[in-house]
Ligand binder design. Sequence first.
Ligand code: SF4
Length: 385
Amino acid sequence: MVTLDRKDLAKYPFLKESQSYIGTISSSLEQYLQSPGGKHAIKEASTTMQCALSFNGRELPPLPDIPPDAESITNIIASYPVSRIIVSCAQDRVLIDRLVRYQSWLVFAFLQDESSDVKRFIRKSIGLPETGTEISVTDYIPVASRMQEERWRLINRVVIRGKVRVAPLEYDEIVRERLRYVMARNLPIKVPSSICELLQPEVDNIKSEWQKHILEEFGKVEESAFPPCMQAILGAIAGQGHLTHMARFAISAFLHNIGMENTRIIELYGNVQNFDLRKTMYQVEHISGRGGTSTEYISPQCATMRTHGICIHPDSLCQKINHPLTYYKQKKREISKKNLKSTSEQKESRQILDKAGKKKSESGGDSSNQIPSRADGGNKDEQGT
Ligand code: SF4
């Protein structure tokens, strides 16, 4: 039997033990959120959300300080359900995913320096075997489905009698992904509207932070940087061609991922045969996660596009990427580099022409035939000829 100290409870706030530690902190949630303790927890939850939005999901996140006093521990533990309430009020699947990804990685970071007793306890609490190096296929599949590396694919694992073999060093990664799955499973939760109203400033703040992140990551929507597949689907939409369900999903998710407003995406479908506004709104909102379900919202990767026959006219850049979003980012970078180059060339030409004009007015003569070209004019001036 493991004994968890207060610090352990703050490190692992998802545990039943942590939630019972804070017990009944107020007679009602509404009252608590308005109390000084509740306000601290809201602040703590907002900080968690900020970290979650900027976390890249590749390296261990920095570990937060956990002050030892009971009050701080209570605030940290309480901020866990508060952060879940905030993303539930936001009704945005992307925010939910960002939050659970960050929180599960935080646990993973803490586990790196954890006693084997606590590790065993955590495994058990999330439904994994305490010891051993195998997990059932049914538990393994939802966990491994988000792992990109080839080694996690079921065909690359040893499976004996419905159990998947996992190396001891991989186990913390399994815990992290299982936790992510478990944490996301019940989100969004149903929150009374009075609570969401109370948390509206935090919800708005997180949403606008997220918009800023999208803008930083993808910038303004630049149609000329769309990959050939998305251009082709847009072409089919404009030409009233037939669109498969997968093609609709791919383009809607892609446009949502690069930051296009839902209303703009819905407008695009206006040309599609048998356009049904209500149905389209429903589908687009689901893809963007606003429909309150766990529907997938990331545009499919190239391999999936290929399987569905919608990887159309791949070009040379397609050889170097495996996701339409990566294509878009790289192409956009290329375009802005080109634009930058041509702007500086134009600036250079303007400077040369200005110089020539100045020279003409100084000499007072008609030197229209002597306006230096970009190739030789600058040198002539410098050489004083
Ligand atoms: S390779 Fe990928 S990005 Fe390129 S056209 Fe195919 S699906 Fe689109």
